[in-house]
Design a protein around this ligand. Structure first.
Ligand SMILES: Nc1ncnc2c1ncn2[C@@H]1O[C@H](COP(=O)(O)OP(=O)(O)O)[C@@H](O)[C@H]1O
Ligand SMILES: Cc1ncc(COP(=O)(O)OP(=O)(O)O)c(N)n1
Length: 269
């Protein structure tokens, strides 16, 4: 039986991020993907149509449909948007079938949408992050969670990972996609740091990188891969997706989810 995974996240109508990125990634990584949609984001770099949330009842109903009919071996959360949705999702996952919970604390999209309300950050720290197997903040998200100044070196990322670990997850993965020199991510398990290094690829078309990375980690965890191996595979997957991006000719384009399958992970200049 193929491993089964659920994403609880927002829909990104333009296709590069959110639920759309998660499901494409799950398919590429050969796991059975399911989705409970929290909100619909109808924004891109050209047009801003808005964000439309689902009711709590609708989010819960989707969760139970996936959990009861199919079940899941790992789950990830993405855009949760409000305190109310965070509270609901934390309650569901606390009683859920697996501890393999990947929390991507999505806050602001690269196209400028606010995907988590400011007044929801505290609850995310209190209720959701302590349930996580791994959290995957980017540098901005780590700064907001810790209410600290700029995290812009690998030394600062290590310190941030240590402090975030105090919130209760089993692992912290701080993503350095916005570092100037290189794209290094730092994994911390409470005692050991592991760095995942990649030279910076010169492109603006990285929309969906974070979602696809955490979705790939979720897929590998569902296959019972240990955390380091899961992150290593996911890093190769997302690196290929960034190296062969989709440029739609207007604004920021998308990471390409099929790239790892088609071209492997040989990064060329
Ligand atoms: N230009 C780039 N070149 C290579 N890797 C990148 C680049 N931008 C982001 N990454 C990698 O993509 C993954 C997602 O990181 P990041 O872009 O920081 O997340 P988010 O999309 O949540 O902001 C990380 O592994 C990061 O190191
Ligand atoms: C609906 C929705 N969810 C999450 C994101 C953020 O995606 P991410 O891959 O972390 O980053 P960018 O897409 O902003 O590069 C999103 N944009 N939309």
């Amino acid at each position: 039986m193929v491993p089964k995974v659920l994403t609880i996240a927002g829909s990104a109508a333009q296709g590069s991020a959110g639920i759309q990125a998660d499901l494409k990634t799950f398919q590429e990584r050969d796991v059975y993907g399911m989705a409970a949609i929290t909100a619909m984001v109808a924004n891109n770099t050209i047009t801003k149509q808005g964000i439309f949330t689902h009711s709590l009842e609708a989010v819960e109903a989707q969760y139970y449909t996936a959990a009861e009919k199919v079940g899941f071996d790992a789950v990830k959360t993405g855009m949760l948007f409000t305190k109310e949705i965070i509270s609901l999702v934390a309650g569901l996952l606390e009683k859920g079938p697996t501890k393999k919970i990947v929390v991507d604390p999505v806050m602001i999209g690269k196209m400028g949408s606010q995907l988590l309300r400011d007044d929801a950050i505290e609850l995310m720290k209190e209720k959701l992050i302590p349930l996580a197997w791994v959290i995957t903040p980017n540098l901005h998200e780590a700064e907001r969670l810790l209410e600290c100044g700029p995290i812009d070196t690998t030394a600062a990322m290590r310190e941030a990972a240590k402090q975030l670990y105090q919130l209760g997850p089993e692992y912290v993965l701080v993503k350095g996609g916005s570092l100037k020199e290189s794209a290094v991510d730092v994994l911390y398990d409470g005692s050991t740091f592991t760095e995942f290094y990649q030279e910076r690829i010169n492109t603006i078309h990285t929309s969906g990188a974070g979602c696809s990375y955490s979705a790939a980690i979720t897929a590998e965890l569902a296959k019972n891969k240990p955390m380091e191996e899961a992150v290593d595979t996911a890093k190769a997957f997302v690196t290929a997706a960034i190296q062969y991006p989709l440029d739609f000719g207007r604004g920021i384009g998308s990471t390409y989810h099929a790239a790892y399958r088609k071209y492997g992970n040989e990064v060329t200049d």
